[in-house]
Design a protein around this ligand. Sequence first.
Ligand code: R5P
Length: 292
Amino acid sequence: MPEADKAGERYQGDRPQAAPGFFLKGSHQLDWGMKNRLARVFNPASGRTVMLAVDHGYFQGPTSGLERIDLSIVPLLPQCDALFCTRGILRSLIPADTQKPMVLRASGGPSILREELSDEQIAMDMDDAVRLNAAGVGIQVFIGGEHETRSVHNMTRLVDAGLRCGMPVMGVTAVGKAMTRDAQYFRLACRIIAELGAQYVKTYYVDDGFETVTASCPVPIVMAGGKKLPELDALTMAYNAVSQGAAGVDMGRNIFQSEAPKAMIAAVGAVVHNNTKPKEALEIYKSLKAKG
Ligand code: R5P
């Protein structure tokens, strides 16, 4: 008889990691400023966040749905917990009187015209993130990519700069075109990013074994949305991710490419913060969409 797979037992996803005195996994021993910024992005009541990702233009220009951020995204601000954008969009289009926390894309380099996207550099100084009153910065990490070492080093330099001023760093698992998106890969990538100091990690959902990705990552994980799916599928993915240990989402296309982005972000919020089941969330979406 083959030995039974003990992987589930090893990860023990049913035993939450303790964080005495703070609501967020892996963050209880951070300094006050860092915690305060995290508590602006993650809702202390639910422990989760709905980040709206609109940074796509940093390498692919005016992505479908982001052609006019002033018209398509600014009206959604009241419904997200935080916006993930570039400093160029922040300064040019986001009203400075918003109370929403901003997480700024801090890496860049190759455009969509290049085959190899892992050749990124740090693309903003931490001084500028502080000047912009950011609640965090985000950077792509290409584990297994051609420029893996550089992208890891970019992140560790950003983490060091962030620790000096209390700025959380979100490490983003970037998947190259040829890489397999499975739980084994994401366990590896998320764990490396956390071990090397990022305060939270953004990664993709996988159907098989996502709970092992969240359980083996000592800091919060937010789920990236990926390509546009039918609304019920996107809501189901978000529901599964938070049920399996994610501390929320950082979704873009599945919100701003929806036929009714305001209705969709409200439905995602119900899933993330209230554990609303996908079919009920779809009803929320449909009824808000019908009301226009
Ligand atoms: C990731 O690195 C991208 O720049 C986006 O922030 C990310 O892919 C999330 O957006 P989406 O939900 O559209 O995949």
